[in-house]
Design a binder for this molecule. Structure first.
Ligand SMILES: NC(=O)c1ccc[n+]([C@@H]2O[C@H](COP(=O)([O-])OP(=O)(O)OC[C@H]3O[C@@H](n4cnc5c(N)ncnc54)[C@H](O)[C@@H]3O)[C@@H](O)[C@H]2O)c1
Length: 354
């Protein structure tokens, strides 16, 4: 099939590379509002491009599009593509407002179209391992999770700093982690409370620090702590697929603790490890034993962390075989709803019921 990339920046170029590995992809075409980006894609990948969206929408050979443009463009690109009869993958966050995200899902549902959102951590070897342990009952019922994420801020001129283009930080930076938490806990959220300290990065138009707590309907509680300034300044992309040893101990942290009624797990991206504990109710006391530890090499970082390769290949395979998305669009919408609720709570200074 022919596949189109809508938004030929960093993520668009990554997807172009992944698509070259798919036996289902015969050709690719790129769309971007920037001539410069189209020129780069031709030079770097030999993929032709256009600055006219209509060229893509009217091309009947294009069956699938990947929306990899800046966040503010997702809604229009996704809806117009769905209406033109294309299967659609949209990068996270779905959109910069909940109304826009809902309009996207409703369009896909009305048309019965394929629509998957880019929560590729559900393909990550690191986080699917936790899901395997949860599904196998090794942790019991997940009752508590804590995500600690410390990174460095963007350069001053980045669209991500600007509300109109990037939307709020929760959607742009934390939607992955809300999605993972929902996936592991497996229950609806009843309430969210965000307490956000004053903005630290002087040129951010949106919040850059969060202490957010979700209370699930089954009693589980999840907390996300996020600092967009504590990690030492990266010279490259803070979310680069290859996590270098230089990042160890320099303030960057991305760690999860997941506690269940029968055991617990911990993941650490920068130390490249995942551990599992088992609880045993002995006559004298409950014992906790560390029973499993997995690690990986720097060459495997991409597959253990932001596994966009397998996500892209899986989406193409699904569309080629007439299969539904890995996760229904409604489910991704639910993650977005929780992100917007966290922002709303920070805005009003009290908890939000869902
Ligand atoms: N899943 C992940 O972990 C992950 C990682 C990085 C980026 N992303 C997402 O991918 C998307 C792109 O991010 P990026 O890092 O490639 O940013 P980028 O700045 O490198 O590229 C953005 C591109 O969008 C183009 N663009 C802007 N407005 C457009 C429009 N109206 N129509 C078409 N193109 C338009 C820009 O010209 C640019 O080429 C964002 O939504 C981002 O959140 C996801």
């Amino acid at each position: 099939m022919k596949v189109a990339i809508l938004g030929a920046g960093g993520m668009g170029e990554a997807v172009i590379g992944h698509l070259k590995q798919s036996p289902h992809v015969k050709s690719q075409v790129a769309f971007d509002v920037s001539d410069e980006r189209i020129r780069k894609v031709r030079e770097n990948h030999g993929v032709p491009g256009t600055t006219r969206l209509e060229d893509i929408l009217s091309d009947r050979e294009v069956k699938l599009v990947f929306v990899t443009a800046a966040n503010h463009a997702h809604k229009e690109l996704a809806i117009r593509s769905l209406e033109a009869g294309k299967a659609v993958m949209t990068e996270k966050p779905m959109a910069n407002t909940l109304d826009d995200a809902r309009a996207m899902v409703e369009t896909a549902e009305r048309l019965g179209a394929f629509f998957q959102v880019g929560f590729e951590l559900r393909y990550s070897k690191l986080y699917t391992k936790i899901k395997e342990w949860v599904d196998a009952g090794l942790l019991g019922q997940v009752v508590s999770t804590h995500c600690l994420y410390c990174t460095s801020c963007y350069a001053r001129d980045q669209w991500r700093n600007r509300k109109q283009e990037g939307g709020d930080t929760f959607g742009e930076r934390l939607s992955h982690y809300v999605d993972l938490t929902r996936w592991w806990v497996g229950a609806p959220v009843a309430e969210v409370f965000s307490a956000c300290p004053p903005i630290v990065v002087p040129y951010m138009e949106v919040r850059d620090n969060y202490h957010t707590t979700y209370r699930f309907a089954n009693g589980a509680v999840s907390h996300i702590t996020f600092y967009l300034n504590y990690g030492a300044t990266f010279r490259g992309d803070p979310l680069a697929d290859s996590i270098t040893d230089l990042q160890l101990g320099d303030g960057h942290k991305l760690r999860y603790i997941v506690v269940g009624t029968k055991g617990a797990a911990e993941t650490d991206v920068f130390y490249r490890r995942i551990k599992r504990w088992q609880f045993t109710d002995k006559p004298e006391r409950m014992e906790s034993d560390w029973v499993e530890k997995l690690t990986w090499t720097s060459k495997e970082d991409h597959f253990y962390y932001h596994n966009t390769t397998d996500q892209t290949l899986d989406i193409v395979r699904r569309v080629a075989n007439g299969l539904p998305p890995m996760t229904p669009a409604r489910d991704a919408y639910e993650t977005m709803r929780l992100c917007f609720a966290a922002e709303q709570s920070a805005e009003i200074g009290r908890s939000v019921s869902l």
